[in-house]
Design a protein around this ligand. Structure first.
Ligand SMILES: Nc1nc2c(c(=O)[nH]1)N[C@H]1C(S)=C(S)[C@@H](COP(=O)(O)OP(=O)(O)OC[C@H]3O[C@@H](n4cnc5c(=O)[nH]c(N)nc54)[C@H](O)[C@@H]3O)O[C@H]1N2
Ligand SMILES: Nc1nc2c(c(=O)[nH]1)N[C@H]1C(S)=C(S)[C@@H](COP(=O)(O)OP(=O)(O)OC[C@H]3O[C@@H](n4cnc5c(=O)[nH]c(N)nc54)[C@H](O)[C@@H]3O)O[C@H]1N2
Ligand SMILES: [Mo]
Length: 562
């Protein structure tokens, strides 16, 4: 039953809840009481200032990237904080290039400048927040010079960016997994939340904190409780009233303690302490950190079920493979980054023996002795509305032939919510959380002198399970590269196109070099879609203790030309 709870109503179940934005859910929930994009996507074009950090928006969220560019054409000032010169930096007034893993330092530094220069919004702080004094005491040591030493961001640029952000009437922060995939992921998010509250840049239209979610239905998966500590709508497993409600509705008794996250499960399985796993719509054998550890975990299971639309690398470890139907072969809802629940019609008949995920799960449950008698996703949505206050007014007939509804949408008469925290936060007062700067789990040393940061490119999707099948994409992008700064390349005598061996404490990978000044000196960048190679042999599975997100964005490596 616990598993069924995790996937009810999600159309394309994915693990993104854990690997991309668990820190967002933990961080924003602690600060505001709700962990989601506070504004709507269309509001971006009307902002006065946009601060983008840890998001390569034009490549990874192109529709949103376009709106940011449109905003700058209408006069908005853009600030980009990213270790790489992303395409967006062409439109930015300021680009701050920090070392990966140093975000808390520059955010605390900005807050100190804002407080020292009297740019904090005292009325907002007084009326809507708590714990301000603790924050002010804590940030005192983050002088711009100290921050420059940690981050590599010139003090004068940080001061300039702080003034622009604080003085704006309507300022938005946009971030993605460059912020969350760190051992301090939750603290990074909390620091951004503090920055937005300090300047009253949250709780209004065109003004807020906006995590861009990854997979097409990751927001929906989180909303439906595909996290080990909550039921749908972020109702806590540990909260007795919530639990009793679900027990009553489902006629079973439910566990009182939160479950485990995926990396924790893999580690336990590696130690032979976990016996079976059921993996739906994800491919950990390629996409997850420290792959030798992950493979040990998969191999040591007594029983593994994989449910996917393709025969993945992970499926090679499976005892049973269940063929799911793709998005086009089924109907149901997707919830996007701006909390918008949209209905998708079925476009194709089911191919071969494929079944929609909800049907496979229901039938499996029945065979295991618990009847799940849903006739369609429409009916599942009715159960969601019944048990999930923020989805309380979301029904099939309200979603068809329109653009859907944005939660919270409490009842049938509720129109949905374009922006969050109007008048008050979900938790009444916004909570300032002083955050300590902690270096990444692995920092460069003599043996491994470079910081490796990983991410994606425009052309492919993670392991390429789906995109490697497209000849157009193959034509556009034949190779992936490791990006190296020209000064570093010169020292190592590496030229464009040379094959480079990259070694970390966990593994090695060989790949072509791209010498480019879009990357900061001392830092190298790899995408995770390298055909026939698994770059996650290199990455570190160190976890954020608060959200259990792995530190994909920083590990230490050595480079050799071969
Ligand atoms: N084409 C394509 N689009 C995708 C995907 C895909 O695979 N292909 N995947 C989807 C998914 S699941 C996700 S989660 C999103 C991710 O979307 P993004 O987060 O935009 O993608 P990434 O490339 O992982 O990293 C974003 C940026 O973080 C920067 N960065 C690296 N280290 C740090 C750091 O320490 N601090 C900060 N502030 N920034 C840092 C990188 O330089 C990069 O520009 O993309 C989604 N969209
Ligand atoms: N080094 C490094 N590693 C990373 C990251 C990084 O930045 N750096 N980012 C991490 C992030 S943010 C993410 S989200 C993960 C992505 O990791 P995964 O979620 O493992 O990535 P995908 O390759 O998108 O896998 C999705 C799987 O779902 C299947 N699928 C698609 N539609 C359906 C469906 O309707 N039903 C079923 N049953 N299956 C379906 C696809 O065939 C595919 O095998 O990678 C993480 N790994
Ligand atoms: Mo993601």
């Amino acid at each position: 039953m616990k598993f069924a709870r995790a996937v009810l109503g999600t159309n394309n179940v994915d693990n993104c809840a854990r690997v991309c934005h668990s820190s967002t859910v933990a961080g924003l929930s602690a600060a505001f009481g709700s962990g989601a994009m506070t504004n709507s996507i269309n509001e971006i074009e009307e902002a006065d200032v946009i601060l983008v950090t840890g998001s390569n928006t034009t490549e990874q969220h192109p529709m949103i990237g376009e709106r940011i560019i449109n905003a700058t054409r209408k006069g908005a000032v853009l600030i980009v904080v990213d270790p790489r010169k992303t395409y967006l930096t062409n439109f930015a007034k300021i680009h701050l290039a920090q070392f990966p893993g140093t975000d808390i330092a520059w955010i605390n530094g900005m807050m100190k400048i804002i407080v020292d220069e009297g740019l904090a919004d005292r009325t907002f702080i007084e009326l809507r927040t708590e714990n301000y004094n603790a924050l002010v005491n804590h940030i005192a040591k983050f002088s711009s010079e100290y921050v420059e030493k940690i981050t590599g961001i010139p003090a004068k640029d940080l001061i300039k960016a702080s003034r622009i952000y604080a003085r704006a009437k309507r300022a938005m922060i946009i971030y993605s997994v460059g912020i969350t995939q760190h051992i301090t992921g939750t603290d990074n998010v909390l620091a951004l939340a503090d920055l937005s509250m300090l300047t009253a840049h949250v709780g209004y239209p065109r003004t807020g904190l906006n995590p861009l979610r990854g997979q097409n239905n990751v927001q929906g998966s989180c909303d439906m409780g595909a996290l080990p500590n909550v039921y749908s709508g972020y109702q806590k497993v540990e909260d007795e009233t919530s639990r009793k409600k679900f027990e009553l509705a489902w006629g079973v008794s439910l566990p009182q303690n939160p479950g485990l996250t995926e990396i924790e499960m893999m580690e336990l399985s590696g130690e032979k302490k976990l016996k079976a796993m059921y993996i739906i719509g994800e491919n950990p054998a390629v996409n997850h950190p420290d792959l030798n550890m992950i493979k040990r975990g998969l191999e040591n299971l007594d029983f593994l079920v994989v449910q996917d639309i393709f025969l993945t690398e992970t499926a090679q470890f499976a005892d049973v493979i269940l063929p799911g139907a793709s998005f086009a072969e089924k109907e149901g809802t997707f919830t996007n980054s701006e909390r918008r629940v949209q209905w998708l019609e079925k476009a194709l008949p089911e191919i071969g023996d494929n079944w929609p995920d909800w049907k496979i799960i229901s039938k499996l449950s029945e065979r295991m002795g618990y009847k799940m008698e849903y006739s369609s996703p429409k009916e599942i949505l009715e159960e969601i509305a019944l048990l999930t206050p923020i989805y309380g007014g979301i029904f099939h007939d309200r979603l068809v032939n329109n653009f859907g509804l944005q939660w919270p949408c409490f009842d049938r008469n509720h129109e949905g919510t374009p922006f969050l925290h109007k008048g008050h936060f979900t938790r009444e007062r916004g909570h300032f959380t002083p955050d300590e700067f902690t270096p990444p789990a692995e920092v460069p040393d003599n043996e491994y002198p470079f910081i490796l940061t990983t991410g994606r490119s425009y052309y492919h999707w993670h392991a390429g399970t789906m995109t490697y099948k497209s000849s157009t994409l193959e034509r556009e992008c034949k190779y992936e590269y490791i990006e190296i700064n020209p000064q570093d390349a010169e020292k190592l005598k590496i030229k464009n196109g040379d094959i480079v061996k990259i070694t970390s404490r966990r593994g090695e990978v060989k790949i072509k070099a791209k010498v480019t000044d879009t990357i900061k000196k001392g830092v190298v960048f790899l995408t995770l879609h390298v055909f026939n190679q698994t770059i996650n042999l290199l990455t570190n599975s160190a976890l954020d203790p608060k959200s259990k997100i792995p530190e994909y964005k920083v590990c230490a490596v050595r480079l050799e030309k071969i």
